[in-house]
Design a protein around this ligand. Sequence first.
Ligand SMILES: C[S@@+](CC[C@H](N)C(=O)[O-])C[C@H]1O[C@@H](n2cnc3c(N)ncnc32)[C@H](O)[C@@H]1O
Length: 189
Amino acid sequence: MNKQYWADSWKPDYNKFNHSGWKLLSQFRRNDKILDIGCGYNLFKQRLGDKVYGIDPYNNEADELVSWEAYEPKEKFNVYLCLGSLNFGTEEVVEKQVAKLAEVTNKGDRIYWRQNPGTGDHPWKGVEAIKFYPWTIDKNYEWAKKYGFYVKTCHMDTGNRIYAEWFKGNEYEYFAYMVHDDDPREYAL
Ligand SMILES: C[S@@+](CC[C@H](N)C(=O)[O-])C[C@H]1O[C@@H](n2cnc3c(N)ncnc32)[C@H](O)[C@@H]1O
């Protein structure tokens, strides 16, 4: 049922988000390698090409048809996108997905999030069968701390979504990273 919903009913709209849609392009650096987890139609891949690798269990536009749980890392990435994709099922399920992020990432890696706070407000047929995990801003800080991430920012985005940026490491490591960050940001809308 979930497969049918994500493959046939749901549609993306990157224009409507002030932070977690196309605006993310301004965050990407020249040398970033990006893993888009639950990429849906793989829209960043269409825009940025081989810099992005999209995985999704249900959407044929993905580079690899696989869930985050079953994904086996083959290449090295330093940026991870979790845009509305680690947001389904129980708290236990989502916490395990966060734990896998902690396992797979290295110090200095960045994670960009869009989270649905559990409203199930999609307009498409079949949404009633989707169990949204109710993300909160507090849960971002709790899990980031537990799993070794520094929360650079976490606040509401447009469309009643949460936007968050996590950095693998602690606050001091994040500021050291920023001071030495000379990789140009060269993408824009
Ligand atoms: C709301 S859509 C967002 C898609 C895309 N990230 C975007 O912003 O357009 C949620 C996506 O998460 C995918 N998904 C659901 N469960 C997943 C899992 N366990 N691992 C990876 N992706 C998953 C769905 O197939 C769907 O494409």
